[in-house]
Design a protein around this ligand. Structure first.
Ligand code: ADP
Length: 453
């Protein structure tokens, strides 16, 4: 059975079960019908022999049969034998060739060359030591023979019937399994060609296969999306890396040809330096994001005072002319990877300073929210983000205004912030009004440890 397909296995199982069931039903019916027939015949025989009993007279050893005695009635032969078992009256059925010993009062079945007879003997006593035997013989009615014929015919017809049943079930099962074949064909085609646009045709019936098809199609759609965004990511990353490389190459060629004075050369070197720095930042951001995404970044979670951490990070940030205000609820702790949380906070504060008002204000606060959530908020009163762009800014390489890119980052900062928030078991929210300012909040749920990746 192991190497057989599910279709064949189900067909074989159904066939076997049908065979077993029809066999059991047949045997049951046969045995019931036989016992009813035999019982009826025995009653008939007993009644016939007993009714003849009233017409038998044995007087001083002389047998006298009255007029009512019937030698043959309703298939029952009644015979009279002497005490020495010599036939005195009556006709033995021609085919009853057995020499059956006499047993008083016992109705029994006697097999004579394949034909069955029921026999009943009754001893009719006369005096102390004399009497006659009354023997009733009846051939088992046709019905028993018919049952036997049915059995023989069934034995011949059953294989045909089973074959038809097996064929029918196989055809039905094969038709029912056809959607599965479609699923296998489509998945193999996708596998062979790596073309994720393929979809499985939905079966007309809303059955299990239709649900399986929907699930597979949903999975293909998500895979296609993920694949497309990976492709987009690689294209964007290559583009972002190619830009500083081209600038560096151009600056080198220009310097070789036209830079004559040490000042001119110094200017070219500074530009090359800035671009190399930008590239290096981009590469380390990309590596860090990939490690976070694949879960290969080494993390060490420890209880830390969020207020203290915020103070430390803010102290390291170069605010320029802006004012950085820190407000922290005391003794608010959480289990976090401090390096990761520091990176998240630094990104948000740098953005707030970069996109805030020149010489504006940035507020960083640590507080407790609803349901015991710990909130880390960075707010600025800068340019803000338009509502339609508020979901976009979390995407990798997305920049609202790429022309500011000379002093801005690469568009990876917020994507990394969101990823870090997830790694810490929390999530980010953004509220922003253009020209008024933005508020980025990290929510760390009370049971953040359980959500950590
Ligand atoms: P970038 O390296 O360009 O700063 P980010 O991923 O950090 O990339 O931010 C994506 C975009 O979101 C930025 O280009 C900017 O347009 C917008 N943005 C981020 N932070 C703020 C903020 N505090 N105020 C206004 N816009 C912001």
């Amino acid at each position: 059975m192991k190497g057989l397909s599910v279709k064949v296995r189900i067909t074989v199982w159904i066939t076997l079960m049908m065979l077993l069931l029809s066999g059991a039903v047949l045997v049951f019916l046969m045995s019931i019908s036989r016992s009813v027939t035999v019982q009826t015949a025995m009653t008939q025989l007993t009644q016939a022999v007993q009714s003849n009993l009233a017409y038998v007279d044995v007087d001083d050893g002389a047998l006298a049969l009255d007029d009512g005695f019937q030698f043959y009635h309703s298939g029952v032969y009644t015979l009279v034998y002497s005490s020495t078992e010599t036939l005195l009256a009556g006709q033995v059925p021609v085919s009853f060739t057995a020499s059956e010993p006499f047993t008083n009062g016992e109705t029994r079945i006697v097999d004579v060359d394949g034909d069955e007879y029921i026999v009943l003997d009754l001893w009719v006593a006369s005096g102390w030591d004399n009497g006659v035997w009354l023997r009733g013989i009846m051939e088992l009615p046709e019905q028993v023979q018919t049952s036997r014929n049915i059995l023989i015919m069934t034995m011949i017809a059953l294989p045909l019937f089973v074959f038809l049943a097996a064929l029918g079930s196989y055809i039905i099962i094969r038709r029912a399994f056809r959607p599965l074949d479609n699923i296998t064909a489509t998945v193999s085609a996708i596998n062979d060609t790596s073309d994720l646009t393929g979809r499985i045709p939905t079966p007309p019936n809303r059955d299990e296969f239709a649900r399986l098809t929907d699930t597979f199609n949903g999975m293909f759609a998500r895979l296609e999306d993920a694949f497309e965004s990976e492709k987009q990511f690689i294209a964007d990353a290559s583009h972002e890396l190619r830009t500083p490389v081209s600038i560096i190459k151009g600056a080198c060629e220009y310097a070789e040809k036209y830079d004559d004075t040490p000042e001119e050369r110094q200017e070219s070197i500074s530009m090359i330096h800035r671009q190399a720095d930008k590239m290096s930042r981009l590469i380390s951001q990309l590596l860090s994001m990939t490690r976070l995404e694949h879960g290969t970044e080494r993390l060490s979670f420890e209880q830390c005072d969020l207020g203290e951490l915020v103070e430390e990070v803010c102290a390291e940030v170069d605010c320029g002319g802006a004012r950085l205000h820190v407000e922290a609820e005391p003794e608010l702790t959480a289990s976090v990877d401090t390096a990761l949380l520091g990176r998240l906070l630094r990104n948000l504060v740098e953005n707030a300073l970069r996109y805030g008002k020149p010489d504006g204000d940035v507020w960083v606060s640590v507080s407790r929210g609803q349901n015991g959530e710990k909130l880390l908020t960075v707010r600025d009163n800068g340019i803000g983000i338009a509502p339609e762009q508020q979901e976009q800014v979390w995407k990798r390489f997305y920049q609202v205004d790429p022309s500011r890119s000379e002093n801005s980052g690469s568009g990876l900062g917020l994507a990394m912030v969101r990823q870090i928030a997830q790694t810490l078991g929390g999530y980010m929210t953004l509220e922003s009004v253009p020209d008024k300012g933005s508020t980025f909040t990290l929510h760390l749920p009370e049971k953040a440890d359980e959500n950590k990746k």
